[in-house]
Design a protein around this ligand. Sequence first.
Ligand code: MSP
Length: 642
Amino acid sequence: MERKTFYITTPIYYPSDKLHIGHTYCTVATDAFARYKRMRGYDVMFLTGTDEHGQKIEDKAKAKGVTPKQFVDDIVAGPRGILDLWKLMNISNDRFIRTTDDYHVEAIQKIFKKMYENGDIYKGKYKGMYCTPCESFWTESQLVDGKCPDCGREVHAAEEEAYFFRLSKYAGRVRELLTTTDFLEPKSRVNEMVNNFIDPGLEDLCVSRTSFTWGIPVDFDPGHVVYVWVDALFNYATALGYMNDRHHDFEKYWPADVHVVGKEIVRFHSIIWPAMLMSVDLPLPKKVFGHGWLVLNGEKMSKSRGNIVDPYLLAERYGVDALRFFLLRTFPFGSDGNFTNELLISTINTDLANDLGNLVSRTTAMVLKYFGGTLPARRESADPDGELEEMILALRDKYAAAMDAFAPQTALAEVFRLISRANKYIDETAPWVLAKDEANAARLAGVMAHLLEAIRVSAILLTPFMPDSCAKIFAQIGAEGDAVTWEAAGRFGALPEGAAVTKGETLFPRIDMAKELEELAKLEQAAAPAAPAPAPVTIDEFAKVKMTVCKVLACENVKKSEKLLKFTLDDGSGTPRQILSGIAKYYRAEDLVGKTLVAVTNLPPRKMMGQESNGMILSAEKDGKLTLLMLDDAIPAGAELC
Ligand code: MSP
C-alpha cells in the first residue's frame, strides 16, 4: 500500500542578515512536526530555503561592495550561514530551495506569464507608500501612525509603472476560504485577516518593480522584475517541480498539508497565496499555521534593533537538543513568547537535568546495581503500578492530539507529566528498601520494568524534539528496533526481556544559574555592536547650555522617594534656586550643605514627586555609580562655566 504523504514547509528566509533565535524557533518547530509525521509512517516532504531577491538585499550588497549574489551566497552557504545553522540544529529538511536557483527563476517567469495571459495580471501605474525592509507597498489608509503596519518602520512615497494582480477579483472566494474552513489557524488570525484586510476592500496587488534590478525579470517586459512575494510564495510549488523539470514530485505532494509561518506573514499566505493559486488553477494548501513571535522584552528580535540572540552561541553552550526542547516546551506556539536567559536555563535544569535526566540516570543505575543491567523474567506487580501503566498507555493519544493541533508545548507537557509521575513512583516504591531483602527480587524487577517502560515511551515521543538525546536514552535502556517505534509507544511492555541497560554519559548537565547568567551577560556585551558615535554638536549648540556654579544652602531627602534629594542653592542671582536630584543613594543630605556644585540653570522647570525642580545638578557616571561634580569652594556662586 502506498504511504500517505505529508508536505510541510517553513517560510523561506531572507538572507539579509544572519539568522537569529526567532528564525530558529520557526524551523525547529516545523522540523519537530515533520519528524513526528515520519514517525507515524507518513512519506514526508519537508521544505525550507531562502528568499534571495528584493531591494533590501540589493541595497545591502551595494553597501558592502559585493554583488547581490555574492552577498546572499555568503549568508546562505558561507561559514555559520543558514545551511550550517540548520545542520547544527539537526533540521531534517528533505529539500532546500534558493529563489536564485535557475529552475525556480524560469518557473516564476512562466507562472507570471500564465497569469498575464489569463488576464489576472495587467499593466498600470503604482502610487503608494513603500516599506523597503518589508518590500511592501501600502496605501495611506493602511499605515499605522504613518509607518509600516507590519514592522513599524518609516515608509516613503513611491510611484512606478507596474503590473498588477487582480487580487480584488478573488476577495469573495478567499473570504469564504478563511471563514468557512480550517485553512487558517489559530482561529484568532482569521478575524484579523477578514477585519483588517478583506472587509475594508482588497485592492489589486502591485506585482512588478522597475526601481531596482535584483529580482526575476519579467521576460516579456524588460525593466520589470517580479515582486519578491510572488517569486517567494511560489517556491512551495516550484520546489516540487511545478513548471520546471528539476524536480518531479509535484503530483505526489501537492497540495501542501501545512505552511508553518510567523504571524507577520500570515497575510501573504492566507490572502495573496490562495488567490494566486486560484488564478493558476491549482488546488489550495490544506492549512496555514501562523505562529507567534519570540520576543525580547516585548519587542520582536531584529538586527536593526540590536536585540538578537545568537542560536550558535546558545546551541554550543547548552547543546542542540536542549535548545530545541526549550523553544517548543516553553511557549505556546500560536502566541508570542518572551525569551530570557533565565527561562532557558531554568527549563534545562528543571525539565531536562532534574526530571528527565534524573529519571534515566537513577533507573539505569538501579538496574545495574540490583540486576547487573538485565532484569530477571520473574516480575511482580503491586500498587501503584496500575496508575503508572495507565498513564503510559494513555500518553500517545494525548500527545498525538496536541501534535496534530500544532501545539507542541501541550504535547511536551503531557510527556513531562508522565516523567514526573515516574519520578514520584520511585519515591513511593522505594526500590532501595526492596533491594535489602532477596525475597523482594521479583517485585523490585517489576518496579524497574515499569520505570524502563515509562522512559522508553517518553523517549519515543520526545524523539521529534531531541533526536540525538533520545537515541542515547534508547541505548542506555537497551531499547531498539520494534521497541522504539510509534506503534510501540502505544504499548506497555515492548522492551524485550533480555534488554541490557548500560551506564551512559550524563544527558543534561545541571547549569549553575548565577554563574551562567554572569557569563552570558559578558558574552552578549562583547558581541554587542559598538554604540554609534554620538552626533557632533556645534560650538553654538554647546554654548546654549548655561552651567552655573552654585553653593548648597540646604539639602534634604524628598518624602516617599528613595532616590531624590531636594537642594536649595545659591546661584548668585539673589533668589534661592530649588533643584531635585536623584542622588540620594550615593550621598547623605546633611553632608552636602555648604558644598560648591555645578548646575544646568536654563532648563525648563519640571515637577518631580509633586515638587518643582529648576535645573539639573551635574554629576559623573561610571558603571552605574554617580559622583557629584564638586568644585573648589573659592569659586563664587553665580560663576558661569565656559
Ligand atoms: N522571506 C519571507 C518569507 C517568504 S515565505 C514564502 C520572510 N523571511 S524572514 O526571514 O524574514 O522570516 C522567516 C520566518 O521567520 C517568518 O515566519 C518569521 O515570522 C520568522 N521569524 C522571524 N523572527 C521571528 C521571531 N522573533 N520569532 C518567531 N519567528 C520569527 O518573512
